[in-house]
Design a protein around this ligand. Structure first.
Ligand SMILES: C[S@@+](CC[C@H](N)C(=O)[O-])C[C@H]1O[C@@H](n2cnc3c(N)ncnc32)[C@H](O)[C@@H]1O
Length: 377
């Protein structure tokens, strides 16, 4: 069975096989291979809290986005066979070409699957009027949110004009802007959403402060991000290319002052910014099906595909622009790292967090906003 995505028109991966086995050749549709039944298992928060990694020694065995902007923004920067955003050129190091767009749409499905097919977990109520998706990418989250909430108006913003201009629902608009600039939205939002933005901001806490100011009292900010680079549940082999890649990524992102492990601070930053009812859920998804639990084996195949298809894009600009590597050397190294990503005897996993907080109502007793001495960049 092949899944059809009504939003993008792209085919989903092939479907699952038997009860105990993860299908070969890619993850299955959720209907055929239910990960959880939230109604039986104590709700979405119980699901979010149930992430535990335990090695399975049985191992899986086979079984207009651009209103008002000129066309020049569509003339993406070309480099090493990939394309990058033109507006604020050089700021964001991942590509914006079709390969990367397909990966983002695939990753969106992984995010949904890991959330019991939901788009969000914050208790925002049924009818948020104004919703903002910061750094929306292809706009897939904004579009699906708008489809599921016809009474809402959703704004998606990004540096790259890669959102659909004609096929999006009428209650979505896209704007090309930089979330690190001063925000000037005329409306206040009931819900601000940011996902997979860990690669985006020099000072994420300053961006979250702008989100707080753009929210209505009582509105929610939800953040969902990986904590990069990858972690290991058991010590990796000495010559592990993935370990080397981790180190190089750390070095490159530190040099440009944009750390990719900031998500570990999100909950604290929201509290310091005066958000209340802050909740944090840690996530851990193995990079291959080495961990016990059918759910984790299944999610691991999605993450593995996401990383294998995204690794070159994540590495190319950082390694060439910042570390001075040749493009060909990056491509060669990435192939080596992919082998480790797909090796189930290497117990690597992607860690991440899902965090949300509420802007207090006017007059509501709230914790004093604290000013952290620690730099957020
Ligand atoms: C990894 S993608 C995530 C896209 C989307 N949030 C999702 O979950 O599918 C990060 C996106 O952030 C955008 N971006 C990076 N820096 C930004 C900034 N300063 N302001 C607005 N968008 C930014 C990039 O262009 C890219 O589309």
């Amino acid at each position: 069975m092949t899944g059809d995505d009504s939003t993008t028109g792209k085919a989903a991966p092939a479907a699952a096989g038997g009860d105990d086995q993860v299908p070969q050749g890619g993850p299955a549709q959720q209907e055929m291979f239910p990960l959880t039944d939230v109604s039986r298992e104590g709700g979405i928060e119980a699901l979010l809290d149930s992430q535990m990694l335990e090695v399975d020694d049985r191992l899986w065995d086979g079984d207009s986005a651009v209103g008002g902007l000129t066309n020049v923004l569509y003339e993406h920067i070309q480099e090493n066979g990939r394309t990058y955003h033109r507006y604020k050129e050089g700021k964001y190091p991942l590509p914006n070409d079709e390969l990367e767009q397909d990966r983002l749409d695939f990753q969106h499905k992984l995010y949904r699957l890991s959330l019991d097919n939901r788009l969000y977990a914050a208790p925002i109520g049924d009818n948020p009027r104004n919703v903002l998706d910061v750094a929306t990418g292809t706009g897939i989250w904004a579009i699906e949110f708008a489809q599921e909430h016809p009474g809402s108006h959703v704004v998606g913003t990004d540096l790259s004009p890669i959102q659909p201009t004609c096929s999006a629902p009428s209650n979505v608009t896209f704007e090309i802007c930089d979330a690190e600039d001063e925000w000037s939205f005329p409306q206040k939002f009931d819900f601000v959403h940011m996902r997979a933005v860990v690669t985006c901001f020099r000072d994420p806490k300053a961006v979250f402060a702008q989100a707080r100011d753009a929210l209505q009292p009582g509105g929610y900010l939800q953040l969902r991000d990986p904590i990069m680079p990858f972690k290991f549940h058991t010590p990796p082999p000495e010559d592990c290319a993935l370990v080397r890649w981790n180190g190089l990524l750390r070095e490159a992102t530190a040099r440009i002052g944009r750390r990719w492990d900031n998500a570990q601070h999100y909950a604290r930053w929201l509290r310091e910014l005066g958000f209340v009812d802050v909740r944090e859920h840690e996530e851990a998804i193995p990079l291959s099906p080495w961990a016990k639990s059918r759910r984790l084996k299944y999610l691991s195949l999605w993450l593995q595909h996401d990383m294998v298809s995204g690794l070159e894009g994540m590495s190319m600009a950082l390694f060439t622009r910042v570390l001075g590597w040749e493009g060909a050397k990056v491509k060669e190294f990435v192939e080596e790292v992919k082998k480790d990503i797909c090796n189930p005897s290497i117990h690597a996993y992607g860690a991440g967090v899902l965090v949300w907080g509420r802007k207090p109502l006017e007059g509501e007793v709230m914790t004093e906003p604290k000013h952290s001495a620690e730099s957020s960049g």
